[in-house]
Ligand binder design. Structure first.
Ligand code: GLN
Length: 152
């Protein structure tokens, strides 16, 4: 594989399956070799180094590739899911962001660039070959976030 996308879903399940198989080792190796990896929503959580209280409570073993801290379900429960236009630093026009029980990024290390915020919370960032968004670009027709990922 040249590039990897870790999609949304449910991060406790994702982490359990990643660690029960050898996939987590392979993904960590690819990330460290500089292969582009994109995590959306639950995928973002799996890429993080620190998960905060909710991740600790669920005993989730994260991949820890990105020097970021996250907070799961930071915008509330499933019924609080929403869609909003986002200003992302690598796009000229707003992007339709779909947030479904989405996490936020609560802290970033010095190698991480912040690519976008919503309500003053970080919802997109990049650390060299690693890209993460709290929203779901796969649920809209607009391909610009994927185009950006493919350009990395
Ligand atoms: N709330 C989910 C989690 O913490 C992520 C939701 C999603 O990927 N849409 O795993």
């Amino acid at each position: 594989m040249d590039k990897i996308i870790i999609p949304g879903g449910e991060s406790t399940t994702l982490c359990r399956l990643l660690n029960e198989t050898s996939i987590s080792k392979e993904i960590k190796k690819a990330g460290k070799q500089g292969k582009p990896i994109f995590g959306t929503c639950a995928g973002l959580i799996t890429l993080a180094k620190k998960g905060g209280k909710k991740v600790d409570k669920a005993n989730q073993k994260l991949l820890g590739l990105m020097d970021i801290s996250v907070d799961r379900n930071a915008f509330g429960r499933q019924k609080k899911s929403f869609e909003t236009n986002l200003d992302l630093s690598f796009l000229k026009k707003p992007f339709p962001g779909v947030f479904i029980r989405a996490p936020v990024i609560t802290d970033v290390g010095k190698n991480v660039s912040i690519l976008g915020k919503h309500q003053n919370k970080i919802i997109a960032c990049q650390q060299h070959n690693l890209l993460a968004t709290a929203f779901h670009p796969e649920l809209v027709e607009d391909n610009r976030v994927y185009d950006y990922f493919l350009s990395i």
